[in-house]
Design a protein. Structure first.
Length: 154
């Protein structure tokens, strides 16, 4: 089932944020329902925007949360599901199937995706220790592309 507002955001999205710009705040909901603000300073964060209905997202998300390159880079993976409010069970099942590799966050109303100008799924955004955008990859990217992104400003 396609979620029309999300589909419209993907089609009408603006160009991605540029490297060096301050990362927008990330206020999301945990899978259990508690709202949380993710602190983006002090550690490098890899924001992973995905959707449970996206066929290429689960394997890519599984790779990113288990990747040795990600662990070596000392990056905290922050999975953010662009979840339509009527489908919380779908993402819960997906997360259990993946072995719950990291805390899962929900962007129920698309505000975080809008702030990060997500135009394709999956999208990863690397945020540096200083809270600024380092770079981003839209769509399923090769392992080499992910490793290049992780090496940026290591």
């Amino acid at each position: 089932m396609l979620y029309l507002p999300l589909l419209l955001r993907l089609v009408l999205a603006q160009p991605a944020l540029r490297a060096g710009t301050p990362a927008p705040p990330v206020v999301v909901q945990r899978l259990g329902g508690k709202e949380e603000r993710v602190a983006l300073r002090g550690h490098r964060h890899l924001l992973v925007f995905f959707a449970s209905w996206c066929r290429s997202c689960p394997p890519y998300l599984s790779y990113l949360t288990r990747s040795a390159a990600v662990r070596r880079a000392g990056v905290e993976v922050v999975p953010i599901d662009l979840l339509p409010s009527e489908l919380p069970g779908d993402v819960g099942r997906l997360w259990r199937r993946l072995g719950e590799p990291a805390p899962l966050y929900l962007d129920r109303y698309g505000e975080v995706a809008d702030a990060y100008q997500v135009a394709d799924l999956p999208t990863v955004v690397l945020v540096g220790k200083d809270g600024r955008i380092v770079g981003a990859l839209a769509g399923v990217s090769s392992k080499k592309a992910v490793e290049r992104l992780l090496r940026a400003h290591a």
